[in-house]
Design a protein around this ligand. Structure first.
Ligand code: SAJ
Length: 430
């Protein structure tokens, strides 16, 4: 039976390498549709959870994992030799940045080496990890062809960017269009058929580079527009104009405008990272991505701006940051998530410590905060605010009781406009 027919009849055996916020939802979606799925990861705790029928990812229902495992359509393992039995293999491993802001493809290379060791004729290999244009053709393909098999002929190879948005209740794997680009037409078609069995809309493009570039454009678009609105916030503060009111009014324009909001900085594992994959690759072609670099500077200057605003607020009470007790409300990188990666609250806390403040925090999603020399436990939200000189809303979790917060603290710096519509002389917004 051809791979095309196996996919059509949902008889294709699928391997998913990397069982994080991208790989696990993908593995479960395929298994829910009747495919036989083997999840592969180096983290034994993930493997144990899945084989016990439990989910550890917010958006993946445990009952779905259990149903698929009980039906024998989903299993997890750290034994990469299972790859030899797969018809299709999805690589969903992290692509972080090195300290030098250069791409770190070490996880991709490790996964590709495993695939190479077990590569069989007729297999379809798809890279989903966000990366610079050219990775699939210049890094993955040569490695997989080392044993003499030819991409696009003996096996199939494509790139398809992940568009998982953790915590997004509106869009799920099925309803988010999937872009797919193969090394040749047949690879694109087979990858499109495969994804077509789990998503409503597949968007085939002409090459792997186009597919790689699509994702980077999407996330660079966000990083640059967040940088723009943060710069607008910096200038509006100097001009004594309420930037939040400006954005809300601009947002009434029904076309040609999309609101972004100022904040304490740029967190998460996508937006602060992805644009630097693009600028790194562009530099290899002698092109300087000035927008990306400038947005990076503006966004990374926001924690210091927040600390300056805290200083200004304390000064209205003839106090200094040095020696003050400052309470941070919300430390996760964005609202209603527990993820701390690149969270700007970490920079705010570090800067406050450097300026002699004593800092506590509340965040129902983050019970313990350990990062660098920051090692703190959350104060239960609602604990008496006595002795706190200034509270700082860094993450506007919906679960916070903002009416109580306004009453509890003598000064509040609101970096997210969480107290929108509440005017009081002890509230200071970005
Ligand atoms: N942020 C602002 N102002 C804004 C929007 C975001 O300061 O107007 C900050 C957030 O607080 C956060 C960072 O930027 O610290 C990134 O926020 P994000 O809303 O972009 O959320 P992410 O990092 O979860 O981005 C993901 C991305 N999804 C994928 O890469 C598949 C992104 O493409 C989505 O557009 C985004 O979620 C989303 O829309 O929620």
């Amino acid at each position: 039976m051809s791979l095309k027919d196996k996919i059509r009849d949902r008889k294709a055996r699928i391997g998913v390498i990397g069982l994080g916020y991208v790989g696990l939802p993908l593995a479960v979606e395929f298994a829910m549709k009747g495919f036989d799925v083997t999840g592969l990861d180096v983290d034994e705790s993930k493997i144990k959870e899945i084989n016990a029928g439990r989910s550890y990812i917010l958006d993946v229902k445990t009952e779905h994992v259990k149903a698929c495992v009980d039906a024998g359509r989903l299993r997890a393992s750290s034994d990469m030799s299972h790859l030899k039995d797969m018809d299709a293999i999805d690589i969903c491993v992290p692509t972080p940045l090195r300290k030098t802001k250069d791409p770190d493809l070490s996880y991709v290379v490790q996964a590709v080496d495993s695939v190479k060791a077990h590569l069989k004729k007729g297999q379809l290999v798809i890279l989903e990890s966000t990366t610079y244009p050219g990775t699939t053709d210049e890094v993955v393909q040569p490695a997989l062809e080392e044993n003499g098999l030819k991409a696009g002929v003996d096996f199939y190879l494509a790139f398809s960017p992940e568009r998982v948005d953790p915590g997004n209740e509106t869009y799920s794997t099925r309803t988010i269009p999937k872009v797919v680009g193969g090394v040749n037409r047949e690879s694109t078609e087979l990858a499109s058929d495969l994804y077509g069995s789990i998503v409503d809309t597949v968007v085939p493009v002409s090459s792997t580079q186009v597919a790689e570039m699509v994702k980077l454009l999407e996330n660079t678009f966000r990083a640059v527009n967040i940088g723009l609105v943060n710069e607008i916030a910096l200038m509006a503060h100097r001009m004594n104009i309420d930037v939040w009111e400006v954005i809300d009014a601009a947002g009434t324009k029904p076309f040609g405008f999309m609101p972004f909001y100022p904040g304490p900085g740029l967190g998460g594992h996508c937006i602060p990272i992805d644009p630097f994959y693009l600028s790194w690759k562009a530099r290899q072609s002698g092109f300087e991505c000035r927008f990306i670099e400038l947005a990076g500077h503006v966004n990374s200057s926001m924690p210091a701006f927040v600390v300056d605003r805290i200083g200004e607020a304390l000064n209205t009470r003839k106090k200094a940051i040095n020696g003050s007790r400052i309470h941070i409300l919300g430390v996760a990188y964005k609202k209603d998530v527990s993820d701390m990666r690149e969270s700007p609250a970490l920079d705010v806390i570090e800067l406050l410590h450097r300026r002699g403040a004593s800092v506590t925090y509340s965040d129902p999603f983050v019970p313990v905060l350990q990062h660098g020399d920051v090692d703190m436990k959350a104060t239960p939200e609602g604990a008496d605010g006595s002795g706190i000189d200034c509270a700082v809303i860094c993450t506007n979790h919906r679960v916070f009781d903002y009416a109580a917060i306004v009453k509890r603290y003598p000064l509040i710096v609101d970096t997210r406009n969480a107290l929108k519509g509440i005017q009081a002389d002890h509230i200071f917004r970005l």
